[in-house]
Design a protein around this ligand. Structure first.
Ligand code: NAD
Length: 357
């Protein structure tokens, strides 16, 4: 018997083609009637169309969400919600829109409903990394846990493969971190494995045919599992690396996760050999020891970026990044070692074979 502590609040999830049509009823169910809609710039048209059925229950659209959730944007969103006397928030979009929703809900305590159009998994957690003074700082609060999540694959067919793939790998990263975490639980492992399996099945199908509604639905189902895994906890070295590289050096979030994942997995491999076999298995890898290689292969199959250089990192920033990773460490199975982390970053910068460093 493996002792554990399991802690997750129930959440309401509505998944299916056309699920967005239930938005009005879902808002009523929460006893709310004045929704402020939040989105990223450029997505106003989709946000408007998906929420037009709300009529006068939609009091405004604030499409200023930014990646990494800068605190000044959240403050502007809070001011807008107060000005409009909103009693609930509806995000439509990916992790950036959800991050803005969390940033507003953190202060205002009004319910958050997420219509999800990427695979970030943020909709299933009560945590958010927020960019404050040039650094990404983690916040956690029950106010930030969405009350209702709507997954409608029809809203995701326009998500280009260049965003879909890395976004899906970001979801897979939550599962890998959960499985490798210091406090695995039976449910965390089950959900994580299902998340990896579902994403590894759906992402290549989306890459081949972005209009495949079944594949899009399967990926959202995968993202739901991966998000639960993230919510159950397990952020370790991998997420620390991604938060430093993405937050402090302005790199795109999902792409940064995608590039780093095989390297952080290889780093952890000696500390958690059983977890490696489980992950490799879920990815259908015959060599049960090579989870890092299996993740790298999945990335290649879906045409995702393979080096930090390719996503905009400067080699001259690698030392600074390694120093920053050593600060405020997220608990990890393998101990933090500055030299090894610097070597990991160099290998990821070059796109070298993971584990060879
Ligand atoms: P994103 O939300 O920034 O979306 C990426 C791009 O895709 C944006 O330009 C967006 O406008 C566009 N887009 C979204 N939906 C689209 C659609 N249906 N069609 C066409 N374009 C569309 O990126 P993301 O990777 O989903 O989210 C990144 C953010 O989420 C980061 O700030 C990260 O920190 C956060 N995040 C948080 C958690 C958590 O648990 N708190 C987990 C994962 C990510």
């Amino acid at each position: 018997m493996q002792p554990f502590t399991h802690d997750i609040a129930p959440g309401r999830v509505v998944l299916g083609a056309g699920a967005v049509d239930k938005l009005s009823a879902e808002i009523e169910l929460l006893g709310a009637s004045r929704a402020l809609v939040l989105a990223t710039p450029g997505r106003e048209e989709q946000a408007d169309a998906a929420t037009s059925s709300l009529g006068s229950a939609r009091v405004g659209l604030f499409a200023k969400a930014k990646m990494h959730t800068p605190v000044d944007v959240s403050a502007a969103g809070q001011a807008e919600a107060r000005r409009l006397n909103a009693d609930c928030l509806v995000t439509i979009g990916g992790g950036s829109a959800i991050g803005l929703g969390k940033g507003v809900a953190l202060e205002l305590g009004i319910p958050l409903i997420c219509i999800v159009t990427t695979y970030s998994g943020s909709e299933m957690t009560d945590a958010c990394g927020m960019l404050d003074g040039g650094r990404k700082v983690m916040h956690q609060s029950p106010n930030m846990r969405p009350k209702t999540v709507i997954y409608d694959p029809e809203l995701t067919v326009g998500l280009p493969p260049s965003i879909s793939g890395p976004s899906g790998m970001n979801a897979v990263a939550h599962c890998v971190s959960a499985i490798c975490s210091l406090n695995p639980t039976p449910m965390k492992s089950l959900i994580s494995l299902e998340g990896i399996r579902a994403m590894a099945d759906a992402l290549p199908r989306i890459y081949q045919n972005p209009d495949d509604i079944d594949a899009r639905g399967d990926a959202l189902y995968g993202a739901w599992n991966c998000g639960i895994a993230a919510g159950l906890g397990g952020r370790g070295l991998h997420h620390k690396l991604a938060h430093v590289v993405g937050g402090s050096f302005g790199l795109p979030h999902a792409e940064t996760h995608t590039v780093l994942l095989p390297y952080s997995t290889a780093y952890n491999a000696p500390a958690v050999p059983d977890a490696m076999a489980t992950i490799a298995n879920a990815l259908g890898q015959s060599n049960s020891a090579d989870a890092a290689g299996a993740l790298s292969n999945l990335s290649k199959t879906i045409g995702a970026p393979a080096s930090l250089k390719a996503v905009g990192m400067l080699e001259s920033d690698l030392d600074k990044a390694a120093d920053e990773v050593m600060e405020n460490q997220y608990p990890n199975a393998a101990p933090y070692d500055r030299n090894k982390i610097r070597a990991l970053l160099q290998a990821a910068f070059e796109g070298a074979e993971p584990g060879a460093q």
